[in-house]
Design a protein around this ligand. Structure first.
Ligand SMILES: [Zn+2]
Ligand SMILES: [Zn+2]
Length: 148
């Protein structure tokens, strides 16, 4: 994956790898024991490239300074040195990321809504194919921003 002009591989600590996961409650994760940084395919789909880079930088800083550093001064300095501009958690100012309701139709199309949706909703993607796909809604709670 390319992050702007830099490649993720150039930023990773020596011996570390990068991968994707399917988390729905956080953007990135630093797996210290496996020396691996992962990002959620599901959530990064909602982010711009520079936002994804911020997520990766946040996690790379964790990888470089180790778990014990937490989000303390050492981590903050390392993160800033990499070009990370966010805080202890990644505050992506994107309303779409915090969409509370996730709807899924029988075909697996996903729909995000901020407000409680009408109980009977049909999938637009399915409708375009002439199929009525009843959407099942899931309340994801308020906060989907990165933790950890
Ligand atoms: Zn559908
Ligand atoms: Zn963190």
């Amino acid at each position: 994956m390319s992050t702007g002009t830099r490649m993720v591989g150039d930023l990773l600590p020596r011996g570390w790898s990068f991968g994707l996961d399917h988390a729905r409650t956080r953007l990135g994760c630093c797996h210290y024991h496996q020396k691996k940084i992962t990002c959620s395919t599901y959530l990064i789909a909602y982010l711009a490239d520079d936002e994804v880079e911020q997520v990766i930088l946040h996690e790379i800083a964790h990888g470089l300074v180790g778990a014990e550093a937490g989000h303390g001064k050492v981590w903050q300095r390392q993160a800033a040195a990499l070009g990370y501009t966010g805080g202890r958690t990644i505050d992506v100012p994107e309303a779409r990321l915090s969409a509370r309701w996730l709807g899924v139709c029988p075909m697996g199309h996903e729909i995000l809504r901020h407000r409680r949706p009408a109980r009977k909703a049909y999938c637009g993607a399915c409708a375009r194919r002439g199929v009525r796909g009843r959407v099942t809604w899931q309340d994801r709670g308020g906060d989907l921003l990165a933790r950890g």
